[in-house]
Write a protein that binds this ligand. Structure first.
Ligand code: DGY
Length: 420
């Protein structure tokens, strides 16, 4: 079967009625926030109304304070740990209590501008105030002192769970009791491809701490033992700010657009200050200690996705990316190859993720670096052609890793192959 058709089949197979599970294997039996948004970019290639439904279902789980959880548990979640019974979060008790990168506005803008159907436009227009409420929540809850950089309080919020970028901040978290015997992920994916025990214990101990505090947005920022103003999370937010402003303007919400413009200005300046002149890279900060995190992970490349002027201001960043690509067979590795922390097969510690590749392709094109974007585009398509629709890939060998028949890989394949 043709690969595009295979990708469509995967998205249909993983459709649970209004939302898409990341994989049918049981590894992730729920709706993940950024997975869903990025899946919509694939769905729209063959079923526009269904793409909109994906986002609507996600926003159906928005909390009254505006937060959109990182997981919504709609059905049987018994193959996942921590499931809804562990989280005990939100008004319905069917979600997690933390968020994930705010890519939704970028996707909704793309869907809005790509359609001429008035019904689809009306549905997307109805999402705009909900998107605004989420962005507002993000600044109020995670940047209460108005620095322009929002903080994540759990590595899962970054979506890049066990990137070496979090190692030091996570080390400072009490591990709590071991949860190795409760883990289910290692029953579905090879343990060597997944986070290690000490990290997992801390992930869960953070959840328990947040649960004990009722997931109250006005408390978590202060009590969170892990607090990082990640440059990648903020770059994705900044791109979404731009897209949300455009969407609000197009749908006639001028006051909303002005509000977002103020967010954009603050965050643009703050991301600019994350540039580390000596190292020639963008770094985030541990906001408990104000320590700069001098680890070259893929989050530090994402300002390219946020801002079309970054490559011109910082040509060394693009050179750095080129040097990473020169050391791997398939780009883009999620952490700088050659560093002691680089592990080409373990979750976010080195492997290639097509969703990140899409952000870099898009960002490089906007930054006038079409040739480099094309190299990453070719690598992305070749990986799927040779290795299938894996969750992520070894950048040295191409080995398929993690879950199989993966929704966002299928979606990104369709989106990247369409070459928009
Ligand atoms: C997991 O369980 O690995 C997820 O990435 C958490 O969101």
């Amino acid at each position: 079967m043709e690969l595009k058709q295979q990708a469509i089949e995967i998205l249909r197979r993983n459709d649970r009625g209004g939302y898409t599970v990341p994989t049918a294997t049981g590894l992730y039996p729920a709706q993940w926030n950024w997975d869903s948004c990025l899946v919509a970019l694939g769905l729209v290639q063959f079923d526009e109304p269904r793409a909109v439904t994906e986002i609507e279902t996600l926003f159906g789980g928005q909390w009254p304070d505006g937060m959109v959880p990182h997981i919504l548990f709609h059905g049987d979640d018994s193959s996942y740990f921590p499931n809804a019974a562990v989280w005990q979060a939100g008004p319905t008790g069917r979600s997690s209590g933390i968020t994930q990168p705010l890519v939704a506005a970028t996707v909704v803008r793309r869907l809005f501008e790509g359609t001429s159907d008035p019904v689809i436009r009306a549905r997307l227009t109805a999402l705009a105030p909900k998107l605004l409420a989420w962005h507002r929540w993000c600044y109020a809850a995670r940047d209460p002192h108005g620095t322009g950089l929002v903080s994540i309080i759990h590595p899962w919020e970054s979506g890049m769970d066990n990137s070496p970028v979090w190692d030091d901040a996570l080390d400072a978290v009490e591990p709590g009791p071991s949860v190795t015997h409760l883990r289910k992920d290692t029953g579905f994916a090879t343990a060597d491809h997944r986070p290690r025990g000490p990290e997992y214990d801390r992930y869960i101990n953070l959840v328990i701490k947040f649960r004990d505090n009722g997931y109250r947005a006005d408390r978590l920022f202060d009590i969170a033992p892990f607090r990082v103003a990640d440059v990648g999370f903020n770059a994705i937010l900044q791109r979404a700010n731009r897209d949300l402003r455009a969407l609000l303007t197009a749908t006639g919400d001028i006051a909303g657009a002005a509000e977002v413009e103020a967010m954009e200005e603050r965050t643009g300046d703050a991301i600019g200050r994350c540039w580390h002149e000596e190292d020639g890279f963008f770094y985030g900060v541990e906001t408990r200690t104000e320590k700069v995190i001098r680890k070259p992970g893929v989050p530090g490349l994402l300002p390219l996705f946020a801002d079309a002027g970054v490559a011109a201001r910082h040509p060394r960043l693009v050179k750095r990316l080129e040097s990473w690509l020169a050391r791997v067979t398939y780009g883009v590795p999620s952490f700088e190859p050659g560093r002691p922390e680089f592990e080409p097969q373990r979750y976010w510690r080195g492997p290639v993720w097509l969703i990140v590749n899409w952000m870099l392709i898009d960002g490089l094109r906007r930054n006038g670096r079409a040739e480099l974007a094309e190299r990453i585009r070719r690598d992305s398509l070749t990986l799927v052609e040779r290795m299938g629709f894996a969750e992520y890939f070894n950048p040295l060998t191409g080995e398929p890793l993690g879950g199989t028949g993966f929704s966002w890989t299928a979606a990104m394949y369709l989106h990247i192959a369409a070459n928009e």
